[in-house]
Design a binder for this molecule. Structure first.
Ligand code: CDP
Ligand code: MG
Length: 733
């Protein structure tokens, strides 16, 4: 119906004056949507390009839509105290009606699978119900989350609902950040953190209930926890174990947990109209932006949720949206842009949950995190480009990279569902119905089957679990991935020939880091440079770049960055220089501004570094510094990262040494113009090419010295030097 209206409007104003306006303000994508439920006939198809005149018309007329809010409700709400209001909200959640039944089921069964729609109150309410029912008198209630942002924000919400200070009765624990105290009885944490806690408390004695939440996400840590908590539950009959999940795979969870009963309750779902594009989109970012703007200008109030793949995309989208909104002038209503992704600083996270002011519209630009982990109230429109960033691992080569991958049908369904929580909604899929039916997998492959397992194998070994082939995996990883992990840990010296943990391995397991980073730290003891190496490890662990590069000051920013690279020291040493220079200024914020360094990343690096320093003490490694002998630092890096080495080719590209693959130095690297013969890199990222990020030069003989089990002489023979004239590398650029 709406589309027909539109057609007639378009005819009233076929072409308007400012021609460039279209491209610039709204975007170039030509989007066609057909509805899933109806035949994609002309009636129900709409073409964004043609709507632009309509948009402009409404803008010029200063047209406003009827608000969806009921003024009386809003007024009444304002009169209540915040806490009272929150209690009312709690009672309005779908799970509330099942409170008593749920508590009874928990009382009667040791293990319970709980299934309910996303947003129905599982994560925020169940721990509170258990607390109210007295379970916290016997021990903590722990609730795991696959994502750190979810753990933090849910804990904040629950603290608010209980009227307590975050970190007191309700707290959270994520890697490098522990916001709990002796008082804490409800503890939200990442699944990875509970795994780490198990190392110190193998029976989870301080817990009365463990909730493995968002179980359907099937992260690596969650899958490992399944096997461990299942075992603990057998010898600790007093421990209650709840496996909670959105409506997926409940039978499978139940089967795995010895046919545990399933407690499922209905959510409140409103119809969601699904629209597909009628032709594939070449540029989903642009398509997403056009869709958002079109919704904003044409559709009744209600917030928009857009699924993008990562921080970079989200920041770009935010920038473009702001720019185009500005171009639309002041006549259209306010559009509040809220980004949410894993590394978003906590002070900005709260913003997405703030109610949208009357008359305005909010657009949330989110990663997968908003698919099931976080529920944002008021979403009426979902824009789903159909992609997410996924880890992929090649067990043959041992290479891991993050790839932008099409989502599964199960994900698409979850995403669409976010539009129908509080009222009927709409979902715009930026892919075709044909794509959906023929190209998307039914379910996302569990992480355990597509990741490097070295880290969990090390954790399991230090828990005393030796027989990994027979570990009780819900879905076992490929055998070769397990073998590869064992091989790597052996090469790193964490395991001996019998597969037993060595002293170095035991030390490595203490660090909440990838085993290669842990090895780098442990080895720095030998080279007397632990001080430098933990700074580097901290800088590598902040997530995202520490260098700030605003669009309008790129040249300045690049110059500032290159200062740290003087002498072509390599990216690791450059990061070290950034850290020590900042430290010398007594951690000055001003210094960060002047040098185009992200203050927030630096503060995080400092926190992480403090913790690593504490852990050094635990594994009895003394802090020692050797700033004048940078090769010691480089050797420590190579001792941890030797599987990540590559050799320059005649054409200026690189070839990885062990499992030959063509790679390139990332353009942001300080060595991207230098092209040393041999390099070690921190990670590979696949964008337009396979790029090595964070690169340092090494001497090939170090490989034999530091990784004799891994490299032989023939691997490091420098035949290239004979055939290649000096400077050929540079010429190839
Ligand atoms: O876990 P589940 O998906 O079943 O729901 P939940 O996360 O417990 O969310 C229940 C309600 O709490 C939703 O209406 C959320 O919007 C709200 N919530 C919130 O306002 N702020 C948070 N940080 C988390 C949840
Ligand atoms: Mg939840």
């Amino acid at each position: 119906q709406r589309y027909k209206d539109l057609d007639s409007r378009e005819k009233m104003d076929p072409f308007a004056e400012q021609e460039a306006w279209e491209d610039h303000q709204i975007g170039k994508a030509k989007l066609k949507f057909g509805s899933k439920n109806k035949k994609a006939s002309d009636d129900y198809q709409f073409v964004f390009e043609d709507q632009i005149s309509f948009i402009k018309e409404s803008v010029m007329a200063g047209e406003n839509y009827e608000d969806d809010m009921h003024p009386k409700e809003a007024q009444d709400a304002a009169e209540k105290t915040a806490l009272e209001e929150l209690q009312e909200v709690r009672k309005s959640l779908p799970i509330y009606g099942y409170r008593e039944q749920l508590l009874q089921a928990v009382e009667e069964h040791q293990v319970l699978v709980i299934v309910g729609d996303t947003g129905s109150g599982k994560t925020t309410q169940i721990p509170q119900y258990l607390h109210e029912a007295g379970y916290t008198k016997r021990g903590k209630v722990g609730c795991t989350q696959p994502r750190r942002v979810a753990a933090m924000s849910v804990a904040a919400r629950v603290a608010q609902e209980m009227g307590v200070k975050l970190g007191h009765e309700v707290g959270y624990s994520i890697r490098f950040e522990d916001c709990t105290s002796d008082k804490t009885v409800l503890k939200y944490m990442t699944d990875g953190m509970l795994l780490r806690e198990l190392l110190g408390e193998p029976d989870l004695a301080s817990y009365s209930v463990v909730i493995v939440d968002e179980a359907h996400e099937r992260t690596l840590s969650t899958d490992i926890l399944f096997g461990l908590v299942k075992d603990i539950a057998r010898f600790r009959p007093d421990l209650k174990l709840l496996i909670s999940s959105a409506t997926m795979d409940a039978e499978k969870f139940s089967d795995y947990f010895d046919t545990a009963p399933i407690f499922s309750f209905p959510g409140r779902r409103y119809p969601v109209e699904i629209n597909f594009t009628s032709a594939p989109e070449a540029d989903y970012m642009d398509a997403a932006i056009v869709t958002v703007l079109t919704i904003h200008v044409r559709e009744p109030l209600g917030d928009i949720l857009v699924f993008l793949t990562g921080q970079e995309e989200i920041e770009t989208a935010e920038e473009i949206l702001k720019q185009r909104i500005r171009g639309l002038g002041t006549k259209i209503r306010e559009l509040i842009i809220c980004p949410i992704y894993a590394n978003l600083p906590s002070e900005l996270q709260a913003k997405i949950f703030e109610p949208t002011p009357e008359g305005a519209r909010k657009v949330v630009l989110a990663t997968n995190i908003a698919e099931t982990s976080l529920t944002i109230d008021g979403i009426k429109y979902v824009v789903d480009p159909g992609f997410s960033k996924m880890k992929s691992y090649n067990p043959r080569t041992g290479m891991e990279s993050l790839l932008i991958t099409p989502i599964s049908k199960a994900s698409a369904t979850q995403r669409a569902g976010r539009a129908g929580r509080t009222s009927a909604g709409k979902c715009y899929r930026l892919y075709t119905a044909f794509n959906y039916n023929n190209d998307l997998e039914e379910n996302t492959v569990p992480e355990v089957q597509r990741t490097n397992l070295a880290s969990v194998v090390l954790a399991l070994k230090s828990l005393g679990i030796h027989d990994l082939i027979n570990f009780d995996f819900m879905d076992p990883p490929p055998a070769e991935a397990l073998v590869k992990a064992l091989e790597l840990l052996f090469a790193l010296g964490a395991l001996n020939k019998l597969g037993e943990l060595t002293k170095a391995g035991r030390r490595m397991a203490e660090f909440p880091l990838d085993p290669m980073l842990s090895k780098m730290i442990v080895v720095s003891d030998k080279y007397k440079c632990s001080d430098e190496v933990i700074s580097i490890a901290a800088m590598l662990s902040v997530g995202g770049s520490v260098f700030y590069r605003p669009k309008d000051k790129q040249v300045h920013a690049d110059n500032a960055r290159m200062n740290f690279h003087t002498g072509n020291v390599g990216d690791h040493i450059a990061l070290l220089k950034v850290y020590s220079s900042w430290k010398e200024t007594n951690y000055s914020t001003q210094w960060c501004y002047e040098n185009y360094i992200q203050v927030r990343s630096m503060k995080r690096a400092r926190d992480i570094r403090d913790q690593l320093e504490g852990l050094l003490e635990r594994v009895e490694i003394e802090i020692s510094s050797n700033m004048n002998e940078l090769d010691s630092v480089r050797k420590s890096i190579v001792a941890g990262f030797f599987p990540h080495t590559a050799k320059l080719q005649k054409n200026g590209s690189y070839r990885t040494v062990k499992h030959p693959q063509t790679v390139h130095i990332h353009p942001n690297s300080g060595l991207s113009q230098v092209l040393p013969r041999w390099v070690v890199y921190h990670e590979l990222v696949l964008t337009s090419k396979e790029y090595m990020r964070q690169v340092t030069e090494l001497k090939p003989e170090w490989l034999i010295e530091l990784a004799p089990h891994y490299y032989q002489l023939k691997d490091v023979e420098d035949d290239a030097s004979k055939k290649m004239p000096k400077g050929a590398g540079k010429a190839a650029m």
